[in-house]
Design a protein around this ligand. Structure first.
Ligand code: ADP
Length: 431
């Protein structure tokens, strides 16, 4: 709620500054004009009345500059009410010509510079001073000849009172609306902070959990390996169960590593080290790395590299991780087919494509595969293993490096995964 006061009071403060400047200037000029009637001795009040308001407004301005807004506001209010009240003693014509417009202006000023409740109260004092002037007018009026003036006067007092009521309501409504708006803004900001905190806490939790899980897992796998040696040496008889322990352990370790990776990316804790990378060289290395798996599946691995692409500024470790994931997937989902890794230069980007002639992905699943823990269908886990995290991590990493990872695929025909980086990430070659 403190913000509410800030907003509304800032508006009141701006109005006060404007009123102070306006009144000092206006009544200063008024006093100068009044020097004429003063000198001729016809109307000394024409000089002294505006001079009084000018001096008081200047005083209020000085208090405002000294930082005391409250005093400034009240000096301005009292002097304005007094000025309107003093019109009660002016000649009839002046009261009618100046009194009511001034009363309206004063009401407006009051509602702008005070809180709505206070402005309404001071407004009633103003209505009172105007009413007093009218009573005086009516008391001295010649009813036989001046009845239009008399009835007009009464009507105008009513109008001033009505104006005070309407302005009061408007100001209150405005204050309330502002309060609600500020309240909603604060709640929104709070909710946002809570959501961000919760998400970061989740990622921190995942990161530390994964870390904690890895230590015992590595121990299990280590001991399983030792036992494997014992089986080989004939010390332990059964190899099958051991194989199962190792398989499950490796799968779990992979899962934990990927969860750790994903949570790091999501928490924004991936520190990229950007350096010039020769993508053609990288692609050849990655393909070599997965060659044994491809051979086992009778799948041919092809390279189609445009060497002129040169170097691109990327994180070596992360781009290798992404490309390895894509090529390994392509091999995993392709039996006795072809996997081609190409490097091409587009109009405004550089593209690494991994194309396969494998299973392909159904259109309905295409949108889901980049979500964490999503696999094209339930049979994939049984038949091909995996965690459903690789592509989620890959897409986030590519985005972090300023690129895009996309896919197009047709079921039964094959898939093409494309990593593209804008050309401006290329390292300019010295010519
Ligand atoms: P994982 O391979 O560990 O299951 P990914 O996130 O790498 O997890 O892949 C998610 C899913 O996308 C896979 O389970 C598979 O259904 C589908 N997919 C990925 N690459 C291919 C591909 N080259 N051909 C067919 N399906 C694929």
């Amino acid at each position: 709620m403190t913000h509410t006061v800030d907003h509304a009071s800032r508006f009141r403060d701006a109005s006060l500054r404007l009123a102070l400047r306006g009144m000092t200037g206006l009544f200063g000029v008024g006093a100068l004009i009044g020097i004429g009637p003063l000198a001729s001795g016809t109307e000394p009040m024409a000089f002294f009345a505006p001079l009084f308001v000018f001096v008081c407004s200047a005083l209020a301005w000085w208090r405002y500059r000294a930082g005391d807004r409250r005093q400034a506001r009240w000096i301005l209010t009292v002097v304005s009410v007094l000025y309107v009240g003093s019109l009660a003693f002016a000649p009839k014509l002046i009261v009618l010509a100046v009194g009511f417009p001034l009363a309206f202006l004063l009401l407006l000023l009051l509602h702008l510079i005070h809180r709505s409740a206070m402005a309404k109260k001071v407004g009633w004092v103003t209505v009172g001073t105007v009413a007093f002037g009218c009573v005086r007018l009516l008391a001295t009026a010649d009813w036989a000849t001046e009845w239009p003036l008399a009835t007009g006067t009464v009507a105008q007092v009513g109008t001033v009172a009505l104006a005070n009521g309407v302005l009061g309501r408007l100001a209150r409504g405005w204050e309330e609306a502002l309060a609600k708006l500020e309240d909603a803004k604060q709640r929104l900001a709070m909710n946002y902070e809570v959501a961000v905190d919760a998400s970061q806490a989740k990622s921190r939790f995942l990161a530390s959990m994964s870390h904690e899980l890895r230590t015992p897992l590595n121990a299990i796998l280590g001991y399983a390996e030792l036992m494997e040696d014992d089986v080989a040496d004939g010390i332990l008889p059964e190899a099958d169960d051991l194989g199962r322990i190792q398989k499950a352990g490796r799968h779990l370790l992979m899962l934990v590593n990927q969860v750790l990776d994903l949570s790091r990316v999501e928490a924004g804790h991936v520190d990229l080290v950007l350096e010039p990378i020769d993508l053609a060289e990288l692609a050849a290395e990655v393909v070599d790395h997965v060659r044994p798996q491809a051979r086992a599946k009778h799948t041919e691995l092809r390279l189609d590299l445009d060497d002129s692409v040169g170097e691109v500024r990327l994180d070596a470790l992360r781009i290798r991780q992404v490309l390895t994931n894509l090529v390994a997937n392509a091999v995993k989902f392709t039996d006795a087919g072809t996997v081609t890794v190409s490097l091409v230069e587009g109009i405004d980007d550089v593209q690494l494509l991994v194309r396969d002639t494998g299973l392909g992905i159904a259109a309905a699943q295409l949108g889901k595969i980049f979500e964490p823990f999503q696999q094209a269908d339930e049979t994939v886990q049984r038949t091909h293993g995996g965690t459903g995290l690789g592509l989620a991590i890959s897409r986030r990493l590519v985005t972090e490096m300023g690129g895009e990872l996309s896919v197009c695929s047709e079921e039964g025909v094959g898939s093409t995964f494309t990593i593209s980086f804008p050309k401006h990430r290329r390292v300019q070659q010295a010519s």
